[in-house]
Design a protein around this ligand. Structure first.
Ligand code: NAI
Ligand code: MG
Length: 342
C-alpha cells in the first residue's frame, strides 16, 4: 500500500485527477490518498494561505504527490502555488515527455521529445519588486552554478539510462550573457563527462523556429525555467496539445506528478477535458516507484484507446466526455498484457 498526497486542484483539475485515480485503481496498485481540496484560491478562503502547512508536511512524509492544476491570479494576488511547491520542496527537475499518439492529426508524425526544465530558479525565482516612485518593475532571473549543474547532470544521466541519443541545451547567452551564459557554460563542461551523448546547443528563438519546422530531429532538450515553460507548451502543441502531455517534478527525495496544462477555465465543468495528460502523469508516478508493469499497462491502454479512436475528447478530434474516455482506458487496462518486456 502506497500513501500518496493528492491535490485535485481547480478548474478541470478535479475531473482529470478523478480519472487518473480511477486508472491507478484499475491497475491494481493499492494507494491510500491523502487528499487536499483547499489549495490556491480555496486555500486562501479556508486557511488564509494558498498552500496549507499540512500539505507540505504530507508531501514530505509521503515523498509522492499527484497534482491537478491550480489557478494563479494574473498580475496580482497570491504567488503561483505550482512554482511555490517546486521551490519549497526543491523539485529541481521538470520532466516533460512529448510524444505523438495514434489518430491525432498534427503536421508531424514522429515527434518524440523529452524536455528537462530547470524548475526552481531563473526568471521564476520570485525575486520581484516595484518602485512606486520611479514606476519601475524588476523580476530577477537568478541562475546559479549549483542549480544549473544539478539539472544538467540529471538530464545527461537520464539520456544514458533511457538509451536516448542527444541532448540540446537551450539558452539566450548572446544577450543574457551572465545568467543563461552560466547555464550554457556548465552544459558544455558537463557534456565532456558524457561522450556517448550527442550534445549541441541552440539560442532559444532559433530553437522555437527549428521545433516547428523539423521537430523530429530533436531528442532531449535541457533548459532554464522560463524557456522550458514556453517550449514545453510549444512541444505539446506539436503532438496534439496540452491534453496529452504529462509531467514530473523531481527532487532528490520528493516527487510531484502533474500535467503540463493548467486549470483550463474555458472548458471547466463541461466534461470535455482530456484526462490523458494526468493519466500519463500517473503512469510516470508508477514508473518512479518501481511499479513498472502497471505503468506500462497504462501507456498501452492509452495507446489502444487512441488507436481505436472511438472514445477521444474534442481537443483531439473526438466527441467523448472525460468520463467516457476514462471508462474506455479502464476497459483497456483490464485487457492489457500483465507482463511487458523492455
Ligand atoms: P491552460 O493549460 O489551462 O489552457 C490552455 C488551453 O489548453 C485552453 O484552451 C484549454 O482549454 C486547453 N487545455 C488545457 N488542458 C486541457 C485538457 N486537459 N483537455 C483539453 N484542453 C485542454 O492554460 P491557461 O489558460 O494559460 O491557464 C489557466 C490557469 O491555469 C492559469 O491560472 C494558470 O496560472 C494555471 N496554470 C496552472 C498550471 C499548474 O497547475 N501546473 C500550469 C499552467 C497553468
Ligand atoms: Mg506552463
Amino acid at each position: 500500500m502506497y500513501s500518496i498526497t493528492l491535490i485535485p486542484g481547480d478548474g478541470i483539475g478535479p475531473e482529470v485527477t478523478d480519472s487518473a485515480c480511477r486508472i491507478i485503481e484499475a491497475t491494481g496498485v493499492n494507494v491510500r490518498w491523502d487528499r487536499f481540496e483547499h489549495v490556491g484560491h480555496a486555500g486562501v478562503q479556508k486557511y488564509g494561505q494558498p498552500v496549507p502547512d499540512e500539505l507540505i508536511q504530507s508531501i514530505q512524509t509521503n515523498g509522492l504527490c499527484l497534482k491537478g492544476p491550480v489557478t494563479t491570479p494574473i498580475g496580482k494576488g497570491f504567488r503561483s502555488v505550482n512554482v511555490f511547491l517546486r521551490q519549497k520542496l526543491d523539485l529541481f527537475v521538470n520532466l516533460r515527455p512529448c510524444k505523438c499518439l495514434p489518430n491525432i492529426t498534427t503536421p508531424f508524425k514522429d515527434v518524440d521529445i523529452v524536455i528537462f526544465r530547470e524548475n526552481t530558479e531563473g526568471l521564476y525565482s520570485g525575486i520581484e519588486s516595484y518602485d512606486e516612485r520611479l514606476e519601475i518593475a524588476d523580476s530577477i532571473a537568478r541562475i546559479t552554478r549549483k542549480g544549473s549543474r544539478r539539472i544538467l547532470d540529471y538530464a545527461f544521466k537520464w539520456v544514458i539510462a533511457n538509451r536516448r541519443k542527444s541532448l540540446t541545451a537551450v539558452h539566450k547567452a548572446n544577450v543574457l550573457k551572465l545568467s543563461t551564459g552560466l547555464f550554457l557554460n556548465e552544459a558544455k563542461i558537463i557534456s565532456r563527462d558524457f561522450p556517448d551523448v550527442w550534445f549541441n546547443h541552440f539560442i532559444v528563438d532559433n530553437m522555437a523556429m527549428q521545433l516547428v519546422l523539423k521537430p523530429e530531429v530533436f531528442d532531449c532538450i535541457v533548459t532554464t525555467n522560463l524557456f522550458g515553460d514556453i517550449l514545453s507548451d510549444l512541444c505539446a502543441g506539436l503532438v496534439g496539445g496540452l491534453g496529452v502531455v504529462p509531467g514530473a517534478n523531481l527532487g532528490d527525495r520528493l516527487a510531484v506528478f502533474e500535467a503540463v496544462h493548467g486549470s483550463a477555465p474555458d472548458i471547466a465543468g463541461t466534461s470535455t477535458a482530456n484526462p490523458t495528460a494526468l493519466i500519463r502523469s500517473a503512469s510516470l508516478l508508477l514508473h518512479h516507484i518501481g511499479e513498472i508493469q502497471a505503468s506500462k499497462q497504462i501507456e498501452w491502454a492509452v495507446h489502444q484507446v487512441y488507436e481505436e479512436g472511438e472514445s477521444l475528447t474534442p481537443d483531439v478530434g473526438g466527441n467523448a466526455s472525460t468520463e467516457q474516455m476514462t471508462d474506455q482506458i479502464v476497459h483497456m487496462i483490464h485487457q492489457a498484457p500483465t507482463v511487458f518486456r523492455d
